[in-house]
Design a protein around this ligand. Structure first.
Ligand SMILES: [Zn+2]
Length: 388
């Protein structure tokens, strides 16, 4: 608070001086005493540690004219950045109300006011201002970008898709993967309402926009499974490896369920064997070790996993090994293994499994849109000894 006030103080003083100087030039008179009065009143309030009242006085004494518009704009933005949105709104509204404002300045003030409203959560008001800007083609890329944010937060996916397309036409940014995600959001809504046919249609649209949309494939597989069509579910899930192999761990549990429903365990084991060689994470090897244990016993699973972990060390692999060894150990060796199991569990506890490649946000669950930077398709599994 105090830093802002000390910044305002000279601005207010200079503004008073400027106004005074201009009016003296105009009328060859002394500066109006009222300004000095305001200034000293503000200063007094400041010195008496009443910063809120001091800000009001200083802001009020800044007369809006072509010389001080920039100052008002900067002040409003500063208030918004500091989270004092009410003050920012007042300053920007005050600017817009001036009939003498040039058109460019008015449009800039409208854009800033819409940002204030967004910050305050007043999306309807922000939307109206942004539409007004778009009608005059002013600040179109920024206005469309903000509208896209609003429609995503409000989950108005049809409008979000329209805006994304306009934005793509305007600045050439490749929006197809994002539009595909919007269609996936719509498909999930349809699925929640039991509208499988609608969801199927929307997922096709998603894949038309982005053939590598993993989320659309996962949803298609879920629809197929729910309809009892496990063969299609398996086919769709096997596509994910080619769409983006980083998302393979998302597909594997469903794939296992599909193959199991079809009674095709050997086929699943062959697939896992193959994919464990191509994929750099540990999940397929862990799943395969479970299947080997069920078919050939723990010793065979340990043998497989030991060979795998020699090539690619992994704490999750180690945890699985300990679990397998525990079944056949006794006495001191068993105690040691239990200690190791606790240690690995603690190592893995609270470890994030996913990270945003845009902002570094870490999470334990997969988010298609980063909760922190709001970018789509940027969160992926973390690889390495402690990760996938
Ligand atoms: Zn992010």
């Amino acid at each position: 608070m105090s830093a802002l006030l000390w910044l305002l103080l000279p601005v207010a003083a200079a503004s008073g001086w400027l106004v005074a100087l201009r009016s003296e030039r105009r009328r060859q008179r002394r500066p109006p005493p009222e300004l000095n009065e305001h200034y000293f009143k503000g200063l007094n309030l400041l010195l008496n540690e009443q910063p809120d009242k001091a800000i009001e006085v200083f802001v009020d004494m800044l007369e809006v004219d072509s010389d001080t518009v920039e100052t008002h704009m900067a002040l409003g933005n500063l208030f918004r950045r500091r989270g004092e949105v009410d003050r920012a709104i007042r300053i920007h509204q005050n600017l817009i109300a001036r009939p003498t404002l040039e058109r460019d300045q008015r449009n800039t003030a409208l854009l800033e006011l819409s940002r204030d409203y967004m910050r305050a959560g007043l999306f309807d008001r922000a939307e109206n201002l942004l539409q007004e800007l778009l009608d005059t083609s002013a600040h179109a890329p920024a206005a469309l970008g903000h509208l896209l944010d609003i429609y995503q937060q409000e989950k108005e996916w049809d409008k979000a898709i329209q805006v994304a397309r306009r934005l793509e036409g305007l600045n050439g940014r490749h929006m197809h993967p994002v539009v595909a995600q919007f269609h996936c959001e719509q498909a999930e809504q349809a699925m929640r309402h039991g509208d499988a046919a609608g969801a199927t249609r929307l997922l096709k649209r998603a894949l038309n926009h982005d053939p590598n949309c993993v989320r659309a494939s996962l949803l298609q597989a879920r629809l197929a499974r729910e309809a009892g069509d496990h063969r299609t579910a398996v086919q769709v899930l096997k596509r994910i490896e080619k769409q983006d192999i980083d998302f393979l761990p998302e597909a594997l549990p469903e794939l296992k369920a599909g193959y199991t429903a079809l009674g095709a365990q050997p086929e699943l084991m062959r697939y896992l064997q193959e994919i464990a060689g191509r994929y750099r994470g540990v999940t397929p090897a862990l799943m395969l070790s479970e299947l080997i244990e069920a078919r050939d016993g723990a010793a065979a699973a340990v043998e497989y996993l030991t060979a795998y972990l020699r090539e690619r060390p992994s704490i999750r692999g180690l945890e699985r090994m300990i679990h397998l060894d525990l079944g056949s150990s006794e006495g001191r060796a068993r105690e040691d293994l239990l200690l190791l199991r606790d240690l690995t569990a603690r190592l893995l506890e609270d470890r994030p499994r996913y990270r945003c490649h845009n902002c570094g946000f870490e999470a334990k669950a997969l988010h298609w849109q980063c909760p922190s930077c709001k970018e789509w398709n940027r969160i992926k599994p973390i690889y390495g000894v402690e990760g996938e």
